[in-house]
Write a protein that binds this ligand. Structure first.
Ligand SMILES: Cc1cc2nc3c(=O)[nH]c(=O)nc-3n(C[C@H](O)[C@H](O)[C@H](O)COP(=O)(O)OP(=O)(O)OC[C@H]3O[C@@H](n4cnc5c(N)ncnc54)[C@H](O)[C@@H]3O)c2cc1C
Length: 379
């Protein structure tokens, strides 16, 4: 039976939910408070990574995080705040950062990423889209033996989980990436991974949805919901009231602010990351994580992207030039001869990742409203 579905949030999760719901014959409305051109779904590194099996909350991260708190250029930063939601999240993050929890998450992370990759490949194979997507794997490049040994343990775990991983020497990497001069000791190669150009995908999905008749409301903020008998009957924006049979909450880092209106508490913090685009030929053809710097490098359609930093510091889009500079400097250390210009750094943008304490997604029906589905995926 066709239902009227309202999706709150038009990032990648909201738009893809709209696509599949519309295909099933529902009447879909997507509401976004922005203009569909910025935010996490546009600035990310574009990786689809079944090989990334270990969540951010893992043994050792707390001590590392404390050390990094005093380094303004560090890739991971938690800003201490006396906000009860932040304190609850931090406590839950600390409790999740243990080997048992990491172990129990490995297959969930693998499976959701494999499913994601399959869905991208279905979309790419259909004649509906022509976005950039490549499946050529991902290099985890390291400069120190310690980082290499640590990542090879993850690689071996990936092999145990049916994925493939290889421990490559510097020379083997150089053969794979002959025109970029990587200053590394070696790399772990995950050939199960893929990459895409996020803005390309988002633009195509948005115009495709409009063509299919999905109602798309830009620059409109959901400020409340009307609830009757444990069901959301109306979604209230700053411009109108919209009746709904079903509601999907896909508001990324803002989701807790909306879910609160229904009495649902979602333990999510925003994890800010930055991207620098370089639209010059750099000879980089392989998606590569610069391990010690925690920078993700992606050859996208028409430019190379350098993305990094995880700043848990509340909801804001302030750009910290020290961290942007740190991404550029670290990249220059890994690629001999690379120079990122002041202009490229000045054009950096940021986005907010929705982060759960244990790195696992929140997907499913809400306990508070029978017709509310939460759709929040972390990476
Ligand atoms: C630098 C960086 C690199 C990353 N790299 C990767 C990667 O390589 N691979 C990967 O899988 N992930 C990566 N991520 C994470 C990924 O980008 C996010 O997980 C993903 O974009 C989240 O999508 P979303 O749709 O849930 O949220 P968002 O993209 O944040 O979209 C949520 C939308 O909801 C809207 N909204 C919020 N509140 C309201 C409201 N009240 N009313 C109306 N609209 C509202 C917002 O305007 C926003 O557009 C990266 C993130 C960053 C920042």
């Amino acid at each position: 039976m066709s239902k009227k579905v309202v999706i709150i949030g038009g990032g990648i999760i909201g738009l893809c939910s709209a696509y599949y719901l519309q295909k099933e014959g529902h009447q879909v409305t997507v509401i976004d408070k922005s203009d569909f051109t910025s935010g996490a779904s546009h600035v990310n590194a574009g990786y689809i990574t079944p090989g990334h099996l270990i969540s951010l909350a893992h043994p050792g991260i707390i001590n590392q995080g404390i050390k990094w708190m005093f380094n303004p250029a560090s890739p991971f930063y938690v800003k201490p705040r006396l906000d009860p939601e932040f304190l609850k999240w931090t406590w839950a993050f600390k409790k999740s950062a243990n080997a048992k929890k990491v172990e129990s998450s490995v297959r969930v992370i693998r499976d959701i990423n494999l499913l994601t990759r399959d869905l991208y490949e279905d979309l790419k194979a259909s004649n509906e889209f022509d976005f950039h997507y490549e499946r050529k794997g991902l290099l985890m490049a390291y400069q120190t033996d310690k980082a290499g040994e640590g990542e090879w343990k993850v690689g071996q775990r990936a092999i145990k989980e049916g994925l493939s991983a290889e421990n490559l020497s510097k020379e083997e990497v150089q053969k794979m990436e002959p025109n970029a001069n990587l200053n590394i000791k070696g790399a772990i190669f995950y050939d199960c991974d893929a990459h895409t150009s996020p803005s390309d995908f988002m633009q195509q999905m948005l115009s495709h949805l409009k063509g299919l008749g999905v109602e798309v409301l830009a620059n409109e903020e959901v400020i409340d919901v009307e609830i009757l008998n444990k069901r959301i009957t109306k979604v209230i924006t700053d411009k109108r009231e919209i009746t709904s049979d079903e509601v999907v909450l896909a508001a990324g880092s803002w989701s807790p602010l909306v879910s609160k209106k229904t009495g649902l508490n979602l333990l999510i913090q925003a994890g800010k990351g930055y991207r620098i685009n370089v639209a010059r030929e750099l000879g980089i053809t392989m998606p590569t994580i610069l391990m010690e710097a925690k920078v993700a490098v992606t050859p996208m359609s028409g430019f190379t992207r350098f993305a990094g930093t995880m700043e848990i510091g509340g909801i804001n889009h302030d750009i910290n030039p020290v961290r942007v500079n740190a991404i550029a400097k670290a990249s220059e250390k890994f690629y001999s001869g690379l120079e990122i210009t002041e202009q490229e750094k000045n054009d950096a943008q940021c986005g907010l990742r929705p982060c759960s304490p244990d790195g696992l997604p929140f997907i499913g029906k809400s306990s508070k409203c029978d017709n509310l589905t939460v759709a929040l995926v972390m990476q």
